[in-house]
Design a protein around this ligand. Structure first.
Ligand code: ADP
Length: 510
């Protein structure tokens, strides 16, 4: 068939498209990753810079305030150690204060340790003459401490140099917590000192990877704001995760498309097979109609012309007429019922009744053809079978189809067994033959409409392929089912399992 390469072509096209899509997806993923990282870095830098600026501004403001109030105190004529102490008590940000006059004399503190002596000396050395003259303030790093040095006007002693040593703990408490405490992502932000130690930041930061650091200004020399990315949440990973989800969705979509294609392909194949079976059906039915009609006509004409030599022959001819017209009726009934089933118009009149008369009646109607074709038939009906819900005519038709098939598909061993027995609360009716049997692989399909096992054709057995479909429909309308067993080449047995009447409540099917 010309249509064969089409599915291959479609599959090829789908997979080529999928491949192109995957390749494009890969390259966009890479770009996406880079862009996401760049964007995140930009955002992180902005956040860090803003935090640094805020902290720096707060520190500078606190320092300005401190210097300003010290300046006010220094202008008082009685400025001395007591005033500095009082000032210190109000400015917790500084843990040490040094006040020197222009001559380098230490006015405060009154006594000092050796470390402090070093510190004072370093402070003196750091301050140039120009600074004394210009005034102002600057940060000086001495012995690991940041000292704010400022020249302020004194009362009578002339300008004074003050050195304010910042207390890191107070800085943390007074400035960092106040300015950064409410930051949106405190978990990912930290402040590192000159040695890279975390001065401020949540412990969650420990397991995170640093994205970038931003230095502070002059007020916090060597300190940095660091921004961290919680582990597993890097933009690359996030993009990759999203891409995975996207890819999975795409794969699912492709699978659905492929599944749809397969289903469509199968459907089309099935439809074309049904179309072929239908045309076979028409040919087969026509042929089946023709054969008995030709026989009827031939025998009727012979009788009409009075060419029959004796009475026995004549009776035989009448028998042929009856038999063939019965066959014709059966065939037409099958076709009509089948068409009614197809259009959903078939109705059954089901009422409780005995199975036995149906079995006998059907076998009786086949007595002549059975005898003529050399068949022997066994009929066994178990005594005292219960009445079951039945449409008598439909059940006869089902059984007749089975007997007809048993005859049609028998070879040299011409023996048929029809039996009715109890089956739970219902009845099972069997028709068995020693014929060609049904291949195991075909046991489901023979009940499909128009379906015929390939060999039926080649072995010259005509048929329409609707008989068993009809049997199945009838049995199922009775709430039962039809099964087939037996061995291919040795015969087959079709069983109609018919349920019994609804049981009185409390009883169980044994
Ligand atoms: P058909 O008109 O072809 O007999 P059916 O629907 O009655 O149509 O049967 C379908 C197919 O099942 C038959 O073509 C035949 O291949 C197979 N079949 C039915 N009954 C028998 C049987 N008793 N033994 C072997 N094969 C059977």
């Amino acid at each position: 068939m010309g249509a064969r390469p089409a599915p291959l072509l479609i599959f090829g096209a789908v997979f080529a498209a999928a491949f192109v899509l995957a390749a494009l997806g890969y390259f966009s993923l890479r770009r996406w990753e880079v862009a996401a990282e760049r964007e995140l870095r930009g955002q992180a830098r902005d956040t860090a810079a803003m935090a640094a600026e805020k902290v720096e501004m707060a520190v500078v403001r606190a320092e300005q305030d401190a210097i300003a109030s010290l300046q006010v105190a220094a202008l008082a004529p009685d400025f001395g150690a007591t005033a500095v102490e009082a000032w210190k008590a109000r400015h917790a940000l500084f843990d040490a204060v040094y006040v020197l006059d222009r001559q380098g004399r230490v006015l405060y503190p009154v006594g000092w340790t050796r470390d402090e002596a070093e510190l004072i000396a370093a402070l003196r050395a750091e301050i140039s003459q120009g600074f004394w003259d210009r005034g102002g303030r600057r940060h000086v790093e001495v012995g690991g401490h940041v000292i704010l040095a400022a020249v302020i006007p004194g009362s009578s002693r002339g300008p004074l140099l003050v050195g304010l040593r910042r207390d890191d703990q107070a800085l943390h408490r007074e400035v960092l917590e106040k300015t950064l405490g409410g930051t949106e992502s405190p978990g990912s932000l930290a402040i590192l000192d000159g040695n890279g130690r975390t001065v401020f930041g949540s412990p969650a930061v420990d397991r995170a990877e640093p994205v970038l650091t931003v230095p502070f200004g002059e007020a916090l020399p060597a300190w940095r704001v660091a921004l961290y990315q919680p582990a597993g949440l890097s933009p690359r990973e996030m993009v990759r995760r999203q891409a995975m989800i996207f890819m999975a969705a795409l794969a699912l979509l492709l699978l659905v498309i492929a599944g749809g294609l397969v289903a469509t392909y199968r459907l089309v194949r099935r439809e074309s097979e049904i179309a072929r079976l239908k045309s076979d059906f028409v040919a087969n039915v026509s042929h089946d109609l023709k054969t008995p009609l030709a026989l009827i006509r031939m025998f009727a004409e012979t009788l009409e012309m009075d060419r029959v030599p004796d009475e026995r022959r004549r009776r035989e001819y009448y028998g042929v007429l009856t038999r063939e017209s019965e066959r014709l009726s059966r065939l037409i009934d099958n076709v009509l019922d089948f068409s009614r089933i197809e259009s959903g118009r078939q109705r059954y009149e089901i009422a409780p009744g005995p199975v036995e008369p149906i079995v006998h009646e059907v076998v009786e109607s086949f007595r002549h053809p059975l005898h003529q074709q050399g068949f022997t038939a066994d009929v066994t009906v178990e005594p005292d079978l219960p009445d079951i819900p039945l449409d008598g005519d439909a059940m006869k038709q089902a059984l007749a189809n089975l007997v007809d098939n048993a005859m049609k598909y028998s070879g040299d061993r011409r023996h048929i067994r029809v039996a009715a027995r109890r089956d739970g609360a219902g009845v099972a009716v069997e028709v068995a033959d020693d014929g060609i049997g049904v291949p195991i692989s075909e046991r489901e399909r023979i009940f499909e409409k128009f379906y015929r096992v390939g060999r039926s054709e080649t072995q010259g057995r005509r048929g329409s392929g609707v008989g068993l479909a009809l049997v199945k429909h009838i049995v199922e309308a009775h709430g039962g089912r039809v099964t087939v067993d037996g061995r291919p080449g040795e015969g087959s047995r079709f069983t109609l399992h018919l349920p019994g009447l609804p049981l009185p409540s409390g009883e169980r099917v044994g």
